[in-house]
Write a protein that binds this ligand. Structure first.
Ligand code: NDP
Length: 443
């Protein structure tokens, strides 16, 4: 496969700028009270230099390295050594050994789904420590935040480089490797589809879900603890951010088996984009709102807080219901009820890599009849709610909604391009029946 110059430039630009972008957003809170413009103004006027900003930033510490090593090792132990038991007593929860989707080479991988259990154990320990044991301060994550950034970068680059080399030397499944003619593209977008060590250590599932997403709620709790320590109270904005993001994280783990069927696992290869992204980008940039609120403790009016809560909950409802409708429709092959009626759909045919003819269905009722990706729209509403919880003092916490919009619009275009090549004229019939992507009547 050849890589076009546009994709290649985008890949190189991202590889060169993303680590600095993360540093910038964290550093401006540490040095400029989260003002994004202040450092730029100071740089422009000569009051600060890149060197002086860099010198003021905390550097790597062995304490942070120890914390991070313990953290990642603990998550590996929970992932590898504690088989799921929660599915035995939580009705409706699909945990334990589950099948993934068929890979391009026709393989169906097995996964041990125990993310919810790992999350529960980790948070129970966090709570027990804060309440009874006092082994470490609940502000530990915030207090080591920039030193931890260096440690996460080390792991992010190490795992991406390891996956890259592994793909050449000892791939898990050589038939599922995708080599392009460009080394940067291979490094960034990944070569192996499902790299594994041994039978069960799956890179994608581990790095996507833990240590990043399990940490997300702990990072937010650490920010709340820091507000308490600094000001003697926790603001309603901080509580809102903690609650809304915890719903999203818990939803992710509750539906981890469903996640095996999403684009990340079904279509993306494992490279820097996923490896570094999960280790660095996700924990640092998805938690910017809580970080901002430590430096700028915004107390919202009741009306503002209620509006944010409503936006967050409605967004979550649209996101979850849309995903649920597709899952139900696909699992039952259309023999289900959507909004109280039998779903309507378009029958489609496609050919797999080996030339075999397969059939599939694209639903045209429920949320999937309103627009082609309302799950993304719901996700964006929730993301906007996190940002709006921070008030309107600075643009810093709004980075998230800008990023999510770019991510999901790009994902939507990428997915539709893939579906169009897969289903051909049947995809055209679907887009004629449901003409809008994210916002009916607009886009
Ligand atoms: P989707 O769950 O929307 O899956 C898209 C696939 O669904 C298509 O490739 C096609 O696959 C199938 N499909 C498309 N239209 C229909 C239809 N009408 N009926 C039935 N099947 C259809 O995409 P993602 O995997 O990207 O997203 C999953 C969720 O994860 C989303 O809610 C998203 O918001 C969220 N997400 C969040 C991120 C974050 O960072 N917070 C990042 C990425 C995703 P097929 O080939 O099987 O037909």
């Amino acid at each position: 496969m050849e890589v076009d110059w546009f994709s290649l430039s985008a890949v190189i630009l991202l590889l060169c700028t993303a680590p600095f972008l993360v540093f910038f957003f964290v550093m401006v809170c540490d040095q400029y009270q989260c003002s994004v413009s202040q450092p730029l103004v100071e740089l422009y006027s000569g009051e600060a230099t890149l060197r002086s900003i860099w010198d003021k930033a905390p550097s790597f510490t062995w304490t942070a390295a120890q914390i991070y090593t313990v953290w990642v090792s603990f998550q590996v132990v929970l992932y590898m050594c504690v088989p799921d038991i929660t599915h035995k007593f939580l009705p409706g929860y699909a945990g334990g050994v589950q099948d993934g989707a068929r890979t391009p080479a026709g393989l169906i991988n097995k996964y041990e789904i125990n993310g919810l259990q790992s999350w529960l154990i980790t948070h129970a320990l966090w709570y027990a420590n804060a309440q009874y044991f006092h082994w470490f301060s609940p502000t530990i994550i915030f207090d080591n935040w920039i030193p931890l950034l260096w440690c996460t970068n080390i792991l992010g680059y190490a795992v991406s480089t390891f996956a890259f080399v592994k793909a050449y030397l000892f791939p898990t499944n050589a038939e599922d490797c995708k080599f392009t003619g460009n080394v940067f593209y291979n490094y960034m977008m990944g070569i192996e589809f499902n790299p594994r060590i041994g039978k069960w250590f799956d890179f994608k599932l581990f790095f996507n879900g833990r240590p990043g997403i399990v940490a997300w709620t702990l990072i937010n709790l650490s920010y709340a603890a820091k507000q308490q320590e600094l000001y003697g109270y926790v603001t309603n904005s901080m509580i809102l951010v903690n609650v809304l993001q915890a719903i999203y994280v818990l939803d992710f783990f509750w539906n981890e088996a469903w996640y095996l069927k999403t684009i990340d696992i079904c279509h993306d290869h494992f490279g820097w984009y996923l490896g570094w992204g999960d280790c660095v980008w996700l924990p640092f940039l998805y938690t910017l709102q809580g970080l901002y609120l430590v430096y700028n403790p915004v107390q919202l009016s009741t009306a503002h807080a209620a509006a944010v809560l409503l936006l967050g909950l409605v967004g979550y409802y649209v996101f979850r219901s849309t995903n649920h409708q597709k899952d139900l429709f696909r699992r039952t092959e259309g023999k289900c009820s959507i909004w109280g009626e039998k779903p309507t759909f378009i029958e489609c045919a496609y050919r797999s890599g080996d030339g075999g003819l397969h059939h599939s269905k694209l639903m045209t009722s429920g949320f999937w009849g309103v627009a082609r990706h309302l799950n993304y729209t719901g996700d964006l509403m929730g993301s906007l709610a996190y940002c709006a919880a921070c008030g309107f003092g600075h643009i810093h916490p709004y980075f998230y909604i800008v990023y999510m919009t770019i991510l999901l619009v790009h994902r939507c275009v990428r997915d539709e391009h893939r579906c169009s090549s897969k289903y051909g004229k049947d995809w055209k019939r679907y887009t004629d029946a449901v003409p809008y992507r994210l916002l009916p009547g607009i886009f």
